[in-house]
Design a protein around this ligand. Structure first.
Ligand code: MN3
Length: 203
């Protein structure tokens, strides 16, 4: 069973004015679709066919096409799901408690994630993740790598991902990545991030 492009959980224009419809349409229907097509091509008729996307991430180090395109598929699937037109604000419940315990304040966490996103040189991602010991971490990866991959140096299970490739913001923000990062916080679906936190073992 080949991988398929998941539907966006909202319309292309739903995240405006923070992320524009044209960017969302190209990002989902062209970029994410291309990662999936290239991933399917890379694994066809190999022993990787039939593996789950999470299993494939553990094989990233041995196959560049799987690393780039499997990562691209996994990363974008998370990205779409942690945004919402009803997003923004701050987390509540166990995730809020964990963020405050680790970063002292939500504002400090925002600064840490923003810094990771803004200082990632070239293309890549910034992450909020949960480590095996249950603690939260903020990190970033280049290209379509992510912290679940066998080749990851900062290992964790991402519960929030922020795409800082230029294709994610250039049409609307041009070179102003910090403005895009700031706007992103207006569409973060903290309910979805909290659900990811719980699913990853967060308490
Ligand atoms: Mn992207």
């Amino acid at each position: 069973m080949a991988f398929q492009l998941p539907d966006l959980p909202y319309a292309y224009n739903a995240l405006e004015p923070h992320i524009d419809a044209r960017t969302m349409e190209i990002h989902h229907s062209k970029h994410h679709a291309a990662y999936i097509n290239n991933l399917n091509t890379a694994i066809a008729n190999t022993n990787m066919e039939g593996k789950t996307i999470d299993e494939l991430l553990l094989m990233a180090g041995s196959n560049t096409a799987v690393r780039n395109n499997g990562g691209g598929h996994w990363n974008h699937t998370l990205f779409w799901n942690i945004m919402s037109p009803a997003g923004g604000g701050e987390p509540s419940g166990a995730l809020a408690t964990a963020i405050n315990a680790q970063f002292e304040t939500f504002e400090n966490f925002k600064k840490a994630l923003s810094q990771a996103a803004i200082t990632r040189f070239g293309s890549g991602w910034a992450w909020l993740g949960i480590k095996d010991n249950g603690s939260l971490c903020v990190c970033s990866t280049p290209n379509q790598d992510n912290p679940l991959m066998d080749i990851a140096t900062d290992k964790c299970t991402p519960i929030l991902g922020l795409d800082v490739w230029e294709h994610a913001y250039y049409l609307h923000y041009q070179n102003r990545r910090p403005d895009y990062v700031s706007a992103f916080f207006n569409v973060v679906n903290w309910n979805a991030v909290s659900a990811n936190y719980a699913a990853a073992g967060g308490k």
